[in-house]
Design a protein around this ligand. Structure first.
Ligand code: SAM
Ligand code: SF4
Length: 320
């Protein structure tokens, strides 16, 4: 599938739930969110049906996200089913890592290719504040276990917020001395709810890079971490590398190759803007294979050239 702006679409992000076992301040309201009625959520069989058609149109790479994908009951079964789907080449997951220690081995065995783990602080008390009650040790144990069971090209995603965790830049850089991961500093986006973007928490990756360089020498390295070459850096003697992702200051819309499927079956063209198609209704009214594939083609045509940097959606709904 090629969109109006000649971008080849080959990547589908699938949100399997909007529920989460954490309530990060920049993502969820303090009271959490309402449980979705069960029949509104796509079943595993429906997700696989959608993926089978997506593959016919050239989508080869999948990422499971949420909410927290690991709170979806029997997620390991979905991984098994997707891994067995012909044409799926890469099956990744974005997770907060809380349940990873328990499930890493099963996820690996069932065919999960790669993990992105979100981690915004290395301090226990701060972790509990940012996530409203989470336990840092669970995530660190999860990272260790995932490396132990053989996951490679693991990414650790850090959203940097001024006055919240920007005094930990050096600690995060040193984290790569110990762990063979790609640690990525990510700019905070303004999402659906009133959030910290309005409190001057936003920092550009340019500033983050400069502040690190002032203290520690970053050596440029070319690494291939799953989706082609990425510009990354290393500190002397480290096992892992460091990257910078700038969705706000340098949007990568020009090379965006993805579509998104929400847990309630809406196929979306963009994280932050663009149009959508209700693919669940198409499936549940048995409109047939042609209609499912037309839904993908339609949504590809709705992909905007670029996004505005702001979203009316909450990240836990659309998958971050
Ligand atoms: N619960 C999983 C997790 O936290 O990794 C997956 C879903 S979460 C919505 C996906 C990613 O979106 C996380 O890395 C999270 O840090 C990021 N995210 C959520 N809200 C964000 C925001 N306002 N700005 C930047 N990243 C955000
Ligand atoms: Fe949950 Fe992930 Fe949102 Fe944090 S960022 S509240 S872990 S969905």
């Amino acid at each position: 599938m090629i969109d109006k702006f000649l971008r080849t679409i080959k990547y589908l992000r699938i949100s399997v739930t909007n529920m989460c076992n954490l309530r990060c301040k920049y993502c969820m309201p303090p009271e959490g969110i309402q449980l979705m009625e069960r029949d509104k959520i796509l079943s595993f069989e429906e997700i696989v049906t959608i993926v089978r058609h997506a593959v016919k149109l050239g989508i080869t790479n999948l990422r499971l996200t949420g909410g927290e994908p690991m709170v979806r009951k029997n997620i390991e079964r979905l991984i098994f089913m997707l891994d067995a789907t012909e044409g799926v080449k890469d099956l990744a997951m974005t997770t907060n890592g809380i349940l990873l220690k328990k499930y890493a081995a099963t996820l690996k065995k069932n065919g999960l290719s790669r993990l992105n783990i979100s981690l915004d602080t290395l301090r226990e008390d701060r972790f509990s504040q940012i996530t409203r009650g989470g336990c840092l040790t669970d995530v660190l144990d999860g990272i260790e276990e995932s490396l132990r069971v053989g996951f490679q090209n693991t990414k650790v995603n850090v959203v940097i917020m001024r006055g919240i965790n920007d005094d930990e830049l050096k600690d995060f850089v040193l984290f790569t001395s110990k762990y063979n991961v790609e640690l990525r500093f990510i700019e905070m986006m303004s999402s659906g709810m009133k959030n910290m973007a309005e409190e001057n928490r936003f920092i550009t990756t340019e500033e983050i890079f400069q502040r690190i360089q002032d203290e520690i020498k970053l050596i440029p390295v070319n690494s291939n971490t799953g989706h082609g070459p990425a510009k990354t850096y290393k500190i002397n003697g480290a096992k892992g590398v460091i990257g910078f992702i700038s969705p706000v200051s340098k949007p990568f819309c020009g090379s965006c190759n993805r579509l998104r499927l929400t847990s309630d079956g809406i196929l979306r063209s963009c994280l932050l803007s663009g149009g959508e198609v209700d693919i669940k209704s198409i499936i549940r009214t048995n409109k047939g294979p042609q209609a499912i594939e037309d839904a993908f083609r339609k949504v590809a045509t709705l992909k905007p050239a670029s996004h505005s940097g702001r979203s009316k959606f909450a990240m836990q709904h659309i998958g971050g």
